[in-house]
Design a binder for this molecule. Structure first.
Ligand SMILES: Nc1nc2c(ncn2[C@@H]2O[C@H](COP(=O)(O)OP(=O)(O)OP(=O)(O)O)[C@@H](O)[C@H]2O)c(=O)[nH]1
Ligand SMILES: [Mg+2]
Length: 222
């Protein structure tokens, strides 16, 4: 048991080094990077689609899609207007920095201002692997239940921004927004939060305005 700890440390240390190189690359090209995290089906790709539909030339968006299999999400992102690259992890339940490094080599970074990396749907492992992006955004969704911050504290405690998707379903699911927010607040006080619906479009403009301002504010000069 004790022998396993240094191995895990070595893996995350090696990952962190490559994540640092990824971030240097993004910085050199003036690209603001987001690591988009969520459980399966929370609406990550839907949010990317809705975002692209509203950017209207304000920001050029690149997308890296992470899935165990298929290129379905990259096809959706490309159809919505993004430069998109798909990573298939095979069996791995999270993206890591070397995978993202390979995908970055396939993107024309001079042609984008911001990059969304859609991580594998999972609330556990992705929290431990830096990718080199500048900001971790978690998409929660109402059908998952309001207990998720309490059950997945490492993820909820670490993220920089929170989206609460599928608010159109609030009348139909057992999701107490106050209980959810209380759990989030205990772990991550003041985290910027965007309740929205990718189905009706409610709240999406506020999220897009935040993304545009963050990209402009945090983006290093070209
Ligand atoms: N009612 C409702 N359904 C939504 C909303 N957003 C997404 N969906 C639906 O939720 C399902 C999953 O959406 P995706 O965008 O594929 O979710 P994802 O997180 O990218 O899924 P994975 O990549 O497989 O983890 C689809 O059937 C969407 O149409 C929403 O705001 N309201
Ligand atoms: Mg998806």
């Amino acid at each position: 048991m004790t022998a396993r700890v240094p191995v895990v440390e070595k893996i995350t240390k090696a990952n962190d080094q490559i994540a640092g190189l990824n971030q240097d690359l993004l910085d050199r090209h003036g690209v603001f990077g987001i690591n988009l995290l969520a459980s399966p089906g929370a609406g990550k790709t839907s949010l990317i689609e809705q975002t692209l539909a509203r950017l209207m030339g304000r920001l050029r968006l690149g997308v890296i899609e992470g899935d165990l299999a298929t290129s379905l999400d990259a096809e959706r992102a490309a159809k919505a207007g993004a430069l998109a690259v798909q990573i298939n992890t095979g069996g791995s339940c999270h993206l890591d920095a070397p995978m993202v490094c390979g995908a970055l080599a396939e993107l024309r970074l001079d042609e984008i201002d911001a990059l969304i990396v859609e991580n594998v749907g999972n609330l556990i492992c992705p929290a431990s692997f830096a990718l080199g992006t500048h900001c971790n955004v978690l998409v929660a969704s109402t059908p998952e239940g309001d207990d998720k911050p309490y059950k997945y504290p490492s993820m909820y405690g670490k993220v920089d921004t929170l989206v609460i998707n599928k608010i159109d379903l609030l009348p139909h699911v057992s999701f107490d927004l106050a209980r959810f927010r209380k759990g989030v607040e205990a772990l991550n006080p003041g985290v910027p939060t965007f309740p929205l619906s990718c189905r009706t479009g409610e709240g999406v403009d506020a999220w897009v305005a935040w993304l545009v301002s963050m990209a402009r504010e945090k983006r290093p000069p070209r």
